[in-house]
Design a protein around this ligand. Structure first.
Ligand SMILES: NC(=O)c1ccc[n+]([C@@H]2O[C@H](COP(=O)([O-])OP(=O)(O)OC[C@H]3O[C@@H](n4cnc5c(N)ncnc54)[C@H](OP(=O)(O)O)[C@@H]3O)[C@@H](O)[C@H]2O)c1
Length: 332
């Protein structure tokens, strides 16, 4: 059944894929976007319209409840609020402003415009919240659950773009960088389109409502070492790795953290380093708190596209992932 859906964060990686899926499923989609959007504000209205065909674009400021109500909802009724909105930096202030506060306001406005379901793109890492952006996301998850609205909180594992940062350096003949032995962590990567499809299918599906939904891609969990081995195999070269001790990250965090007490810019860099360390040492799989370990079997799989398909497309030159797309907090 077709629904009227207001989408936040439509210009992001997963937002674009989700809008494609919603439109393909026959929904009426309205996206509230900034007049200049995308990585480093590279997208103007025409480019956005090309990226989000079949959706209506409305320009406004999602951090301002008045603008969201006036320019976004515009006095109309909607069935569903779907958000892929997220801080682009992961820095504490931005995360609390976007991942928490903007969502709290949007939820309030949405409830006054007939919305009965919210689909939220969250992240699997909030199950072990050690970072400011995870606390901000978790605080909004709680507000959404407490709101009484039907909710689908989707917590995906790793995205392809976050695991593609070393393709270029390996292609240039450099070694693949690993933290420790490269087997400290594992994840079940999910493609943009498979995740967009999963989020779109939460709309109107009672089995995905009032639920927190961890989700990974198809196939077994893979380690960073396996990612490197696959890349070298695709390039037809023998694997070459360089190990980076996790202690080095700790030292960097220590120095930046100390400097950050005097220079705010260093404090922000320290937080980005903490984010890097988190992903270097924590798996993106369901955490079994009782057993004190990550559980591959308990991490559901969805979709058909594999990271290996994506690596092959990158190596062939049929796909691209820029450093900017991966975000300020990307490590490798
Ligand atoms: N990377 C991973 O491997 C991974 C894994 C699991 C979960 N996640 C989660 O997935 C989410 C990120 O998804 P993504 O990669 O699709 O994000 P993204 O590409 O960075 O997109 C973020 C979206 O939020 C919007 N946004 C950010 N700040 C805004 C502001 N001040 N005002 C208006 N809009 C703003 C952006 O709009 P503009 O285009 O206007 O900037 C964009 O549409 C995060 O919640 C992250 O924690 C990531």
């Amino acid at each position: 059944m077709s629904r009227r859906i207001l989408v936040l964060g439509a210009t992001g990686t997963i937002g674009q894929a989700t809008v494609r899926a919603l439109v393909a499923h026959g929904h009426e989609v309205v996206c509230v976007v900034r007049p200049r959007a995308g990585v480093r504000a590279a997208l103007g209205p025409q480019q956005m319209a090309r990226l989000l065909p079949g959706a209506q674009l409305r320009f406004g400021d999602v951090t301002d409840a008045v603008s969201l109500e006036r320019d976004g909802f515009a006095g109309e009724r909607f069935d569903v609020l779907l958000s892929c909105l997220a801080s682009r930096t992961g820095a504490p202030q931005d995360a609390w402003a976007i991942d928490h506060q903007a969502h709290v306001q949007a939820l309030d406005v949405a409830q006054r415009h007939g919305v009965t379901q919210m689909v939220l793109l969250s992240a699997i890492c909030v199950q072990k919240p050690l970072l400011a952006f995870q606390q901000a996301k978790l605080a909004f998850e709680k507000a959404l659950i407490d709101s009484g609205l039907n909710y689908s909180i989707v917590r995906p594992t790793a995205f392809f773009k976050s695991l593609s940062g070393q393709v270029e350096r390996v292609r240039q003949g450099k070694p693949f960088l690993l933290f420790g032995d490269g087997c400290l962590t594992a994840c079940k990567p999910i493609s943009d389109d498979d995740l967009g499809d999963y989020l779109a299918r939460c709309v109107g599906d009672p089995t995905r409502q009032r639920r927190v939904l961890p989700i990974g891609g198809p196939g077994p969990a893979i380690t960073p070492r396996e990612q490197g081995e696959k890349l070298f195999a695709l390039l037809g070269r023998p694997p070459r790795f360089k190990q980076v001790p996790v202690g080095l990250m700790d030292a960097i965090i220590g120095v930046l953290g100390a400097g950050g007490r005097l220079v705010p810019a260093l404090a922000a860099k320290a937080e980005l380093a903490r984010i890097g360390r988190y992903y270097a040492t924590e798996s993106m799989l369901v955490w079994d708190a009782a057993a004190g370990r990550y559980d591959e079997q308990a991490t559901p799989s969805w979709g058909r596209q594999t990271l290996w398909d994506h690596y092959a497309a990158l190596v062939r030159g049929d796909a691209t992932t820029s450093d900017a797309e991966r975000g300020d907090h990307a490590v490798f």
